[in-house]
Design a protein around this ligand. Structure first.
Ligand SMILES: Cc1cc2nc3c(=O)[nH]c(=O)nc-3n(C[C@H](O)[C@H](O)[C@H](O)COP(=O)(O)OP(=O)(O)OC[C@H]3O[C@@H](n4cnc5c(N)ncnc54)[C@H](O)[C@@H]3O)c2cc1C
Length: 539
């Protein structure tokens, strides 16, 4: 009798979309074995996520993908404007400059426009290059957890064959309708669906120019929809439909979609061949918990928000980034499993506040499409939302007063524990680098005085923790190019700051310590770090 093949891995990732592939790339780069199961035959062919925030680009820069994403970009961040017209042939075009502003004062990188169907293969190849096992055409059919790990039944959709996967942990990256959240018994709250849209991808011979000017997208008032041009002539037309008026997504067949594309163009003589027609809802909801036992929800499985603000996919990338280093440290036995509690504690309040910003933008651009939304919160600048996130509680030692809101002003981030470490231009061996380039691997202690080097050495020995100490200034090999260190991190010259692998500040000794080694070790222990001798093993 044939037995069902069994596979053992450290992290099972259910869903190989944007966030599942990001999590796989981040874990694989940390040397963690992971297996992705994705029911589609390949990566997404839909554009969907387009605007990569500069914070997400910092995350991709950290795993060496910045140049490739920029080389493969699908839109022109600087060149194209956002247009509004009756149709593409309308001589009366209104231009606006919506989009992410210049990020250079706050970040070593810039936003990028790279559609999901282009970004996903980049993430996939990077993850596979670093050892991730990514399997398409596989659907999760059964899932259970016991004290030793998670156990999943996976079906190969082409052959019908089954496999059993055993893992220490699982990540539910299965999107809005994947079903993992329900399997885990986690409810979700929020207003739910707010608008109904159809995305039509069509091949065309239209030029990507309006009166000679390149455009990123054009809002077509004749159709109450948006046209997005893309290189190669494969364009997107996105339209709202109204079920309350009896409209149904099935009615958008190829002939009707071709006709709609022709109407959007405003001229009958164009090529318009529909390639993919898909209905989707603008919705808002958040899972009541982002963790159940050994399973963590990320991306759309954890939260849905309207695309207004382009925060949705970026929030999923941040989820994966917040979780990956914690899982890696626990799996390597460098941190207690309690470190994983901080994922929900840190991410859920930020997700709630980010969703409120997306809804406030929806309300200001469309009014309230559902008439069910709570009053809009005051709009925060886009870069406060993506750079200025401030944790309420989690894997850091709070300093000073309690948090006064989820976002700090991005231009004045100052090294407060629970916020992203500020970007400074530095130099080492003649090479320019950002302070953010120092983070990403292990915990990093930044200081000006060599005494902190000895403290880090002692903490490393005591706790068996891979900890890096970087001395900036005359006592070390890093030069502060702009003269902003150490004040930009809220330190005087005797102080030091401990930064997590995700670039968030964990602990700060603003004025130095009389016993630096003891203070640093105490902080690390408080965070649950240090060899714990209980390396998790797959059963
Ligand atoms: C039109 C549109 C425009 C958008 N624009 C932006 C933007 O500019 N910026 C932004 O930040 N966000 C944007 N978003 C949001 C963004 O696309 C989503 O937040 C993002 O795709 C979520 O990624 P995900 O990996 O969590 O989920 P998904 O991309 O939905 O991936 C989930 C995957 O899980 C798989 N799966 C589900 N169940 C199973 C199972 N049982 N077994 C195996 N596999 C399974 C699915 O096949 C799917 O591939 C946009 C969304 C839309 C619809």
């Amino acid at each position: 009798m044939a037995t069902t093949p069994e596979i053992r891995t450290s992290v099972l990732i259910v869903g190989g979309g944007l966030t599942g592939l990001t999590a796989a790339a981040l874990l694989a780069c940390r040397g963690i074995r992971c297996l992705v199961v994705e029911r589609h035959a390949g990566t997404s062919i839909q554009y969907k996520f387009t605007g990569i925030s500069p914070r997400s680009m910092e995350i991709f820069r950290g795993i060496g993908l910045e140049a490739e994403i920029r080389a493969e970009r699908t839109g022109d961040q600087q060149g194209g404007g956002i247009a509004r017209a009756k149709n593409l042939a309308d001589p009366d075009i209104h231009w606006s400059d919506l989009g992410w502003p210049d990020a250079h004062p706050f970040s070593p990188t810039q936003p990028a426009t790279c559609d999901q169907h282009v970004l996903e293969p980049i993430l996939r190849h990077h993850a596979e290059h670093h050892g991730a096992d990514i399997r398409f055409n596989r659907q999760l059919e059964g899932f259970e957890e016991d004290a030793r790990g998670v156990h999943a039944r996976i079906r190969h959709l082409a052959s019908g064959d089954e496999e059993i996967v055993h893992a220490d942990y699982a990540i539910a990256a299965d999107g809005a309708n994947g079903g993992m959240r329900e399997r885990l018994g986690i409810d979700r709250s929020g207003p739910g669906p707010l608008q109904h849209w159809i995305s039509i991808i069509f091949d065309t011979d239209l030029p990507p120019l309006l009166k000679g000017r390149r455009f990123t997208s054009c809002f077509i008032t004749d159709l109450n929809g948006t046209v997005t041009p893309r290189a190669g002539g494969r364009w997107l037309l996105a339209l709202q439909y109204y079920p309350q008026k009896g409209e149904r997504p099935e009615a958008f067949d190829a002939a009707r979609c071709r006709d709609l594309a022709v109407r959007a163009a405003g001229r009958p003589d164009i090529k318009a061949e529909p390639v993919d027609i898909r209905a989707w809802d603008v919705a808002a909801s958040i899972a009541d918990r982002f963790r159940q036992g050994r399973t963590f929800l990320i991306g759309d499985a954890a939260h849905l928000m309207p695309p207004t603000g382009a925060f949705g996919g970026n929030t999923g990338i941040h989820d994966a980034h917040n979780l990956a280093w914690k899982l890696a440290m626990v799996l390597k036995g460098e941190a207690k499993p309690s470190l994983l509690d901080s994922y929900d504690a840190e991410r859920r309040p930020i997700v709630q506040a980010t969703q409120a910003q997306a809804l406030a933008r929806l309300q200001s651009w469309f009014k309230d499409p559902s008439r069910r939304l709570p009053p809009a919160v005051p709009l925060a600048p886009d870069y406060d939302v993506v750079f200025g996130q401030r944790f309420d509680a989690g894997a850091f030692l709070p300093a000073g007063s309690a948090s006064d809101g989820p976002f700090e002003a991005h231009a004045t981030l100052a090294g407060r524990p629970g916020t992203r470490a500020p970007h400074l231009w530095l130099e080492r061996s003649g090479q320019r680098l950002s302070s953010l380039d120092l983070f990403g691997g292990n915990f990093v202690l930044l200081a000006s005085k060599a005494i902190w080097h000895q403290a880090a050495e002692e903490a490393r020995r005591r706790l068996g923790l891979p900890l890096v100490c970087e001395i900036i200034g005359s006592g070390g090999d890093i030069t502060d190019v702009d003269g902003r260190w150490p004040a930009a991190y809220g330190l005087d010259p005797d102080g030091a700051v401990l930064v997590r692998p995700d670039g968030f500040v964990a602990w700060r000794a603003s004025q130095g310590e009389t016993e630096p080694a003891r203070a640093l070790s105490a902080a690390l222990r408080h965070l649950g770090l240090g060899l714990v001798g209980n390396r998790e093993r797959v059963p």
